[in-house]
Ligand binder design. Structure first.
Ligand code: ADP
Ligand code: MG
Length: 330
């Protein structure tokens, strides 16, 4: 399988400024050395609590924000150091869909114009061709073309997300970062929008990075899943494998929070103690240790690397060896 994206040791730190001179007095370590890849045509789900660095990772990968360190290889090209001029033609191929479609759609623009805008920015086609393309895309995402003169506020939340999706696919991109695309929608609408994303993936040969704070959302649409905690990737595996054999205590806790419909199956709910620590001053060693029920001295002293425990299952925990959790003594 071809890797469309390769992320090596990606770091994004934001300065914390303070004092009268607005000097950096610290750093928010939003993304702190993560490595993974995304195969062409797959959906890679990225999950973790709010504040774990998912949005920062998604935006840095497509260079909407500049990485602090590390390497981003897109379609075989190292784009890490690309400036605005060199990245511009690639912007066509990398798009983003936001959580809040209302906030990201210009309320004073008819939706036909919103969807057409990327074509104008990239100078694609003449006026007539652009209009035809808008109609074609509206049909594709399930919006009635006769509504193209209406404004965003005239649509429901689900339809607005379709407008956001239309704008993201109008340039025929290869790769889309979908950042919590259904988090603001009712459960019944969530499934419709996720199904639309899957349908478009088939029709348009798209590759997705699907960001969500909820594992249940990514489960049915992701081929593989990465779990983030406080700027780090703690586990990566194929979706089936992750649900069958979660190895990181954080993943186990996230999974235990998903309700199972079968009342016969009893499972233990693992409660995470306390809040996620601040990424300005993360815990030493393993960042999860302050909330981990298995934490030992070693977890404070050294940071566990993300290691392959077999068949593409990666985990960063001192207590996982050869795909098994060992040495846990409660
Ligand atoms: P998530 O999407 O997982 O909720 P984010 O990537 O939005 O996480 O944020 C990760 C951390 O980085 C948070 O602590 C957030 O406050 C911080 N952060 C995000 N963007 C900025 C920014 N532009 N400046 C400073 N801190 C930021
Ligand atoms: Mg986010």
């Amino acid at each position: 399988m071809k890797k469309l994206l390769e992320i090596n040791n990606l770091v994004k730190h934001f300065p914390v400024v303070g004092g009268v001179f607005s000097r950096p007095i610290g750093w928010v370590r939003a993304v702190d050395d993560i490595s993974f890849h995304i195969f062409e045509g797959e959906t890679f789900g990225l999950v973790g609590e709010s504040g774990s660095g998912k949005t920062t990772a998604g935006k840095t990968i497509i260079k909407l924000i500049e990485p602090t360190k590390g390497q981003i290889i897109f379609n075989g090209i190292d784009i890490t150091k690309f400036g605005e001029n060199k990245i511009r033609p690639l912007r066509r191929e990398m798009q983003i869909i936001f959580q809040d479609p209302y906030g990201s759609l210009n309320p004073r623009m008819p939706i036909g114009e919103i969807i057409k805008e990327p074509l104008m920015v990239h100078n694609i086609g003449d006026k007539k061709e652009q209009e035809e393309r808008v109609v074609e895309i509206m049909k594709l995402v399930g919006l009635r073309p006769e509504y193209l003169r209406r404004y965003p506020h005239e649509f429901s939340g689900g339809q607005r997300q379709r407008i956001g999706i239309a704008r993201a696919v109008v340039l025929n991109p290869k790769f889309i970062v979908a950042d919590e695309p259904v988090s603001a929608l009712d459960a019944s609408i969530q499934a419709q929008v996720l199904n639309l994303l899957l349908e478009l993936q088939q029709k348009l040969a798209l590759t997705y990075l699907l960001v969500a704070h909820n594992l249940a959302v990514v489960r049915h649409v992701s081929d593989r899943i990465g779990v983030m905690y406080l700027g780090k990737l703690v586990e990566v595996a194929e979706t089936k494998e992750l649900f069958k054999n979660p190895l990181h205590p954080y993943t186990q806790a996230l999974l235990s929070a998903i309700p199972i419909p079968d009342p016969e199956i009893k499972k233990e709910r693992i409660l995470l103690q306390g809040d996620i620590p601040s990424p300005i001053n993360p815990p030493s060693g393993c960042r999860f240790r302050t909330r981990c029920r298995y934490a030992k001295d070693i977890c404070k002293e050294s940071e566990p690397p993300l290691v392959d425990v077999g068949s593409g299952h990666y985990v960063a925990c001192h207590f996982v060896k050869e795909g098994k959790v060992v040495e846990y003594s409660k």
